[in-house]
Design a protein around this ligand. Structure first.
Ligand code: OOG
Ligand code: MG
Length: 260
């Protein structure tokens, strides 16, 4: 019998990522895994990564839109970590063979100009800390079979994080009505989904406020220069070799990821 601990769970998830093999959700073997402990596992996983030379460059929110919540059957947003290794170079195809079963989703991305710490951060305060708004694509790659998991499972797995690509065009937040920002998602030139910024918690700045407040409960503040992915606007699409995935935004420009 396995004695499940935070360390063991983090090790098992790191190993699944390294070996590119999906595995059953942790809660199928450790049903006592609660949300608080799951965030400890997530933290431990990131500690492993930073001990191996990766650097934290920001945070992401997950399950902030109804499209994502419905698909994953979880109605609560969550936070996770981004490292420099996850940052994908523009123009370079995503090597799908290096991942388990990658999917891609369009996101609105913030770059922070100021430190942002909870508690009680409002969307207006959150937006005031933002220096740039950009288009983004996130690559997710759940370490769990068929993306089947509970909230503690996906939290422990650093919210399926695998990669992210940020668009070249930067806008100031005050220039935009982000709840009205339109997004069209294309796969191989065909429109597969559409959304506006309001899909993300009514306004992406609400998601940023949520990140600041919930991270603060775990003693973390958002630092200047950090990237914040506010969460998939639409459901994610599979990253198939040979396909090309593009998010076109009304004012944030276009971001494209080819897959090999
Ligand atoms: C969990 C990650 C969710 C988002 O933007 O909602 C996420 C998953 O869907 O596997 O990144
Ligand atoms: Mg995402």
């Amino acid at each position: 019998m396995t004695l499940w601990t935070v360390d063991h769970a983090a090790h098992v998830l790191a190993e699944a990522e390294r070996a590119r093999t999906e595995r059953p959700p942790i809660t199928s073997e450790w049903p006592e895994l609660d949300l608080r402990t799951a965030y400890q596992v997530q933290h431990r996983l990131i500690d492993h990564k930073t001990e191996n030379g990766e650097q934290v460059v920001g945070v992401k929110l997950g399950l902030t839109s109804r499209a994502k919540q419905r698909r994953m059957n979880i109605d609560s947003p969550l936070t996770a970590w981004l490292t420099d290794r996850m940052s994908l170079p523009a123009g370079q195809p995503l090597d799908t063979a290096a991942l388990i079963h990658p999917r891609v989703e369009p996101e609105i991305v913030f770059v922070l100009g100021h430190r942002l710490a909870g508690p009680g951060v409002t969307a207006t305060q959150a937006l005031a800390a933002v220096s740039e708004v950009r288009a983004g694509l996130e690559v997710i790659d759940s370490r769990y079979t068929d993306y089947k998991f509970t909230l503690p499972d996906v939290v422990a797995d650093n919210a399926s994080s695998a990669g992210f690509l940020v668009g070249a065009q930067a806008r100031r937040p005050e220039e935009l009505a982000l709840e009205l920002e339109g997004c069209v998602l294309d796969v191989d030139g065909e429109i597969v989904d559409t959304a506006t910024g309001a899909a993300v918690q009514g306004h992406p700045a609400e998601a940023l406020a949520l990140a600041a407040n919930s991270l603060w409960e775990r003693g973390v503040a958002l630092e200047p220069g950090w990237i914040v992915l506010t969460g998939g606007l639409t459901d994610a699409v599979p990253a198939r070799p040979g396909s090309s995935i593009t998010a076109r935004f009304a004012h944030l420009g276009t971001v494209t990821l080819g897959c090999s």
